[in-house]
Structures are given as structure tokens and as C-alpha cells.
Design a protein. Structure first.
Ligand SMILES: Cc1cc2nc3c(=O)[nH]c(=O)nc-3n(C[C@H](O)[C@H](O)[C@H](O)COP(=O)(O)OP(=O)(O)OC[C@H]3O[C@@H](n4cnc5c(N)ncnc54)[C@H](O)[C@@H]3O)c2cc1C
Ligand code: FES
Length: 240
């Protein structure tokens, strides 16, 4: 993990409030890890946690949705501008534990950390992507996934409904998910019923990102853990 000033190579809008930013970085990154990102003009004080969406030679890519001050400011960065990147942080997904047939389930902007994972898993992984209405980044998943299912709540693209209703859990050795808590909670319950391993990437508000402030506590069966340092990926068996 390191703090660097990194030059933005691309930052483009790909859907309503959804941006893709690439920036210079070289070093090892596990899928599911994240960076604390800050602009250099001090327009916001605390860096914001954003997951690694993809990694290419000397470049890391983030997929993010504008929510407030920080992400809106980041969305104005242009190629050549410099950002502060602190990371990679967190545990990420343990690809060695993901053996056999894997379902990768993303909801909305929760798909962000799953692309780099599926790129590593390849055809052993099926992608299930759920969106409210507007669909993005699915062609990239299509390149690597064994199969793909797109579900939108309003039926504007793919099948209409909730992505959780279209997964045959009994087909899988493990399920990996990131998205709204309600979606992940349904998936954890279904995995429990079907005796399938389940790994979730949790989101908490984060101030330091390195395990010091204890602002991102997650209750687990073995006590309180820090989402930034012990997570953000947890096995559902651990979570209360
Ligand atoms: C480990 C981790 C990885 C993340 N990866 C991504 C990613 O890949 N792409 C992406 O778009 N977002 C990601 N997020 C969420 C992202 O960090 C927040 O959206 C961002 O910090 C909001 O900052 P802001 O200054 O734009 O909004 P603020 O002005 O700080 O807040 C605007 C609104 O967003 C809410 N909010 C802020 N932070 C969070 C949070 N962490 N969780 C839930 N609600 C929040 C606030 O309550 C408020 O309603 C991730 C969060 C974590 C913890
Ligand atoms: S954000 Fe400070 S301990 Fe996790």
C-alpha cells in the first residue's frame, strides 16, 4: 500500500451519474481491494473509498457513481490532472478459495469491484447483474463471464424484476456479491438454504481506510471487525 500522486489518463461519463476513471498506477492489486481517493485542491478533506474496477498495465480503473462533494469533484478530473491515491487497501477476494462454478452477483454500482474478479475467474464464473433501469459496463463482463444475465427493475433491458429471483443457487459452489444491502442479505439467506459458500463485499463510511479510526465496524461472530482492513470482503458465515 502506498500514497501516490497519480495522473488521470481517462475520466468519462458512461451513464447517468456513472463515471469511469483510469489513472496511472503500477503494483500488485487483488480484485475487491479499494483505494482512498482525493483531489489535490483540498475541495474535500477526507479521501473517498472507491473499489478497483479493472487493472491494466500501469493503470488502475475505477467505476463510480456521483453521490456528493467528493465523487462530484472527482468526476471533473481531466486527463493529465493529478489525484492522490492511497492503496490498494483491504483484503479483496481470495481467488484461490473460489473453486468450481461461481455466481458473481452485482447490483447497481456494486458491480464495480466484480469486473476485475471475473476477469481473473474467467468462464468458471457466471455474471448476474441487476440494475434499477439504466444498464452500464455489461459488455465488459460479457467478455470474461461463462454466462450473463441482465435484470432491470423496470424491464428496460434484459429480464424484468430483481436479479436475486433468477439465480439457481444449487448450481454453484460459491456466490460472490456486491450491491445494495437488501440484495446481499437475500443472497446470503439463499446461499445458507442451499448450503453454498457466499462472499460479500460490504460498504461502510470510511474515514482513514487503514484500520485506525474504527469508523467502519462490522459485527461478526468473532467480534467487531473493520471493513477497511479485515474486509471489505467477508464470508457470509462470519457475519451476524
Ligand atoms: C470499500 C468501499 C468501496 C467503494 N467502492 C465504490 C465504487 O467502486 N464506486 C462507487 O461509486 N462508490 C463506491 N463506494 C462508495 C463511495 O465511497 C461513496 O459513494 C463516496 O465516498 C461518497 O462520497 P461523496 O463525497 O461523493 O458523498 P458525500 O457528500 O460524502 O455523501 C453523499 C451521500 O452519500 C452517502 N454516502 C457517502 N459515503 C457512503 C458510503 N461509504 N456508503 C454509503 N453511503 C455513503 C452519504 O450518506 C450521503 O447521503 C465504496 C465505498 C466503500 C466503503
Ligand atoms: S475507516 Fe478507519 S478503521 Fe476503517
Amino acid at each position: 500500500m502506498k500514497v501516490i500522486k497519480s495522473k488521470v489518463t481517462e475520466n468519462k461519463s458512461i451513464a447517468n451519474r456513472i463515471f469511469k476513471l483510469s489513472s496511472e498506477f503500477s503494483g500488485e492489486i487483488n480484485p475487491g481491494q479499494f483505494f482512498m481517493i482525493k483531489t489535490l485542491d483540498n475541495s474535500f478533506l477526507l479521501p473517498r473509498p472507491i473499489s478497483v474496477n479493472d487493472v491494466n498495465k500501469n493503470e488502475v480503473t475505477f467505476l463510480y457513481r456521483t453521490e456528493g462533494t467528493g465523487t462530484t469533484k472527482i468526476s471533473t478530473m481531466r486527463p493529465g490532472d493529478e489525484l492522490q491515491l492511497f492503496g490498494p487497501l483491504g483484503n479483496g477476494f481470495d481467488v484461490n478459495k473460489l473453486q468450481g462454478k461461481i455466481a458473481v452477483v452485482g447490483g447497481g454500482i456494486g458491480i464495480a469491484p466484480l469486473l476485475y474478479l471475473i476477469k481473473q475467474l474467467g468462464k468458471q464464473a457466471d455474471a448476474y447483474l441487476g440494475f434499477k433501469d439504466c444498464v452500464y459496463s455489461v459488455d465488459e463482463f460479457e467478455k470474461y463471464a461463462g454466462s450473463m444475465l441482465i435484470v432491470t427493475e423496470n424491464g428496460s433491458e434484459g429480464i424484468k424484476g430483481y436479479v436475486t429471483d433468477y439465480i439457481d443457487y444449487s448450481k454453484y459452489d460459491a456466490v460472490v456479491t456486491c450491491g445494495p444491502e437488501i440484495m446481499m442479505s437475500k443472497i446470503m439467506n439463499s446461499c445458507r438454504e442451499n448450503n453454498v459458500k457466499c462472499y460479500v463485499s460490504l460498504e461502510r463510511r470510511m474515514a482513514c481506510g487503514m484500520g485506525v479510526c474504527l469508523g467502519c465496524t462490522v459485527m461478526t461472530k468473532s467480534g467487531n471487525k473493520r471493513a477497511c482492513k479485515d474486509g471489505p470482503v467477508f464470508s457470509s458465515e462470519e457475519l451476524i
